[in-house]
Design a protein around this ligand. Structure first.
Ligand SMILES: Cc1ncc(COP(=O)(O)O)c(C=O)c1O
Length: 433
């Protein structure tokens, strides 16, 4: 077992051999950084070092860490009802949150089913789609998703991730095989999608897509027209359309509070998580339109949605989410995302044209420097840390998705680190590409 470094706290030395970390080769990975507290956009490490968090804890911390409004709401809830099962019971934070989400979302996306993680909310959306068809007397068991897509790490969500480029390639042939297409970004890809649907449309329960930005698959952007093509194709073949807005929801794109509203395209089911509680507690929602819900509305108990996570609609998490929605309503997160985009666009620009830099792009609170190849992943992470920022590239994608509340100076610290590291990387590894 690796020993903890000298100045690491005892809890890390004692727990390190037992704590199995995500996406981590435990044998070779460096020590995780011991975080003891967080405030605003900063993480504080055990040795007193502060890092500006450019990832916002995997895109959850929209309002900054320890926002007092969310903290107070959770504390209040803790004193009355931290949790109660939703089977046969209901509580105020869940009912209020469901009603508020229905009001915020466009169209008749009105029926909210809670769970505890993004992957599970997508899993529920897929299961809901299959049961929608079963309840209507049709057996449709397949899904169609897209290259570059990421929808989670559970079994069926793995099957709708990009099978070649994603992180689940070793599970090919193990997870159910789905139909994977390129996004219909132009006439040619739209025609290919149409041909696929012509052959398989009758067997497809739902199409699932991350609208406007494919996040974990490489921070790739597409336009509203792509989503309009998808909606039209689904309508032609009577297929349900699922928007996975776990990353893009809640103003991240700067184009609207939700990608569906910004694009003017209404999905049949939407999944939300991450910024829903402002990064305070785990919570996710699968929200269905009336026509989906109506397929479950019956005298037959077997037509009920057969799902029910133990912790669904946890009262503390719902209280945090209601407080997070207060902040989205009261404070101009959308304007902040737009301001972040302007600053990212200007300040990341110097990296464009560096040898080995393939692209520089920004949208809302998402900034990317894309490299042509990896070079040395450990070196990249180490350099960011030395420059006082917490950034964790996806392979060749150096990116930041800071809290939307980040100030100009802290954002400059992040963009400065990104451009500096891209420049150093280019000198070391970028030549000859
Ligand atoms: C678009 C999208 N869908 C689903 C997920 C899975 O969410 P979770 O990690 O909470 O299971 C993620 C997580 O990054 C995501 O970005």
């Amino acid at each position: 077992m690796a020993q903890a470094a000298g100045d690491n706290p005892r809890w890390l030395a004692e727990g390190r051999g037992h704590l199995w970390l995500p996406y981590t080769q435990m044998k070779t990975a460096p020590e995780p950084l011991p975080v003891v507290s967080a405030e605003g956009v900063r993480l504080r490490l055990a040795d007193g070092t502060e890092l500006v968090d450019g990832i916002a804890s995997w895109w959850t911390v929209a309002h900054g860490y320890r926002h007092p409004h969310i903290e107070q709401a959770v504390k209040r809830q803790l004193e009355t009802l931290p949790h109660v099962m939703l089977g046969g019971l209901a509580h105020e934070p869940a009912a209020t949150l469901a009603a508020r989400l229905a009001k915020m979302l466009p169209g008749d996306l009105d029926h909210v089913f809670f769970s505890e993680s993004g992957s599970v909310s997508v899993e529920i959306a897929l299961k809901m789609a299959v049961q929608y068809w079963l309840n209507k007397g049709e057996r449709r068991t397949r899904f169609l998703s897209f290259t570059g897509g990421y929808h989670g790490d559970t079994f069926v969500t793995m099957s709708v991730c990009d099978p070649e480029e994603g992180m689940h390639t070793m599970f090919r042939g193990v997870v159910p095989e789905q139909l994977i297409a390129d996004l219909p970004t132009d006439d040619e890809t739209a025609a290919r999608l149409d041909a696929l649907l012509e052959t398989h449309g009758h067997a497809i329960a739902a199409v699932v897509v991350e609208p406007l930005v494919q996040g974990a698959g490489g921070m790739k952007f597409h336009d509203a027209e792509t989503l309009r093509r998808l909606r039209a194709a689904c309508d032609r073949y009577g297929i349900l359309l699922i928007f996975d807005e776990i990353f893009v929801g809640f103003a991240r794109t700067g184009l609207g509070m939700f990608a569906c509203a910004a694009a003017g395209v209404l999905p049949d089911i939407i999944t939300l998580s991450k910024a829903l509680t402002g990064g305070t507690l785990p919570l996710a929602a699968t929200v269905a339109r009336a026509r989906v819900f109506d397929a479950f509305w019956d005298d037959d108990p077997l037509k009920a949605l057969m799902h029910g996570p133990t912790y669904m609609g946890n009262a503390l998490a719902c209280a945090a989410a209601n407080a997070s929605l207060d902040l989205f309503e009261r404070e101009d997160r959308l304007g902040q995302a737009q301001r972040i985009e302007r600053q990212l666009s200007a300040e990341l620009e110097p990296a464009r044209g560096l040898p080995g830099v393939r692209d520089v792009r920004a949208l809302g609170g998402i900034g990317v420097i894309e490299l042509s190849h990896l070079g040395d992943a450990a070196w990249l992470k180490q350099r960011f840390r030395e420059l006082g920022v917490w950034l964790r590239p996806f392979g060749t994608i150096l990116y930041t998705t800071p809290p939307l509340t980040i100030g100009e100076g802290d954002l400059r610290h992040l963009t400065g680190a990104l451009v500096t590291v891209a420049g150093e990387w280019s000198d070391r590894f970028g030549k000859g590409e």
